[in-house]
Design a protein around this ligand. Structure first.
Ligand SMILES: [Zn+2]
Length: 222
């Protein structure tokens, strides 16, 4: 059960990843977490990554691939994993395929949660966050506070984070489309792509993904 999760920001990948982890007991491996922990532990790869980050540069694929490969060798990932945030492009996908081959494993499926850009912008740009406590989150349309612009829990002001501004979101979506669409074709051609409708609510998407993954697991066991 070697799975990767693909989808644009706002499609609900994080929610589905958490649920899948619980359903199937798979470790969730996210590039961001690995990067942070390896830098914090001062591993060789972590130190290399840090030099790039300190210089304000992107960490090269080979360093990220090295970290992921190392992580896939840990005991908890022996029976499978759920990879989030990697691969982001075809080069990384090739590298992942090679790394898995080296471990005598292969990818089971690439799970893609899709939604139209306008829907994603509507979801993300409507978010408002409390200035006092960033865990107090609202949505102007789906989960509005009782009084506009004011946190229900502590009366503090609600703001829109820079990350949630429409221009920023549109830019992220452009990057996503240009980098990830070739990846979607790549996994589609390999017969590994499974598509899910991210316009549906989280429970429905979850039910659909869980059924698909359960079927994949049965097939693996045959
Ligand atoms: Zn608050």
């Amino acid at each position: 059960m070697n799975l990767i999760l693909l989808g644009p920001p706002g499609a609900g990948k994080g929610t589905q990843a958490d649920r899948l982890r619980e359903d199937f007991g798979l470790p969730l491996i996210s590039t961001g977490d690995i990067l942070r922990s390896q830098v914090a532990e001062g591993t060789e790869l972590g130190n290399r990554a840090k030099r790039y980050m300190d210089a304000g540069e992107l960490v090269p694929d080979e360093v990220i691939v090295g970290m992921i490969t190392e992580r896939l060798g840990h005991g908890d990932a022996r029976d499978g994993f759920l990879l989030d945030g990697f691969p982001r492009n075809v080069e990384q996908a090739d590298a992942l395929g090679e790394a898995l081959g080296g471990l005598d494993r292969r990818l089971t499926a690439a799970l893609l949660i899709e939604a139209p850009d306008d829907e994603l912008v509507r979801r993300l740009a409507g978010r408002r966050v409390c200035v006092k406590n960033p865990s107090h989150i609202y949505h102007v349309e789906f989960d509005p506070p009782k009084h506009e612009g004011v946190c229900d829990q502590d009366g503090a002001r609600l703001i829109q984070r820079d990350d949630d501004r429409e221009e920023t979101i549109r830019r992220r979506l452009e990057v996503y489309h240009s980098q990830t669409e070739p990846l979607i074709d790549y996994y589609d051609r390999a017969g590994l792509l499974r598509r899910f409708d991210g316009r549906r609510n989280a429970d429905e998407v979850h039910t659909h993904i869980r059924a698909t993954v359960a079927t994949l697991r049965l097939e693996e066991q045959l």
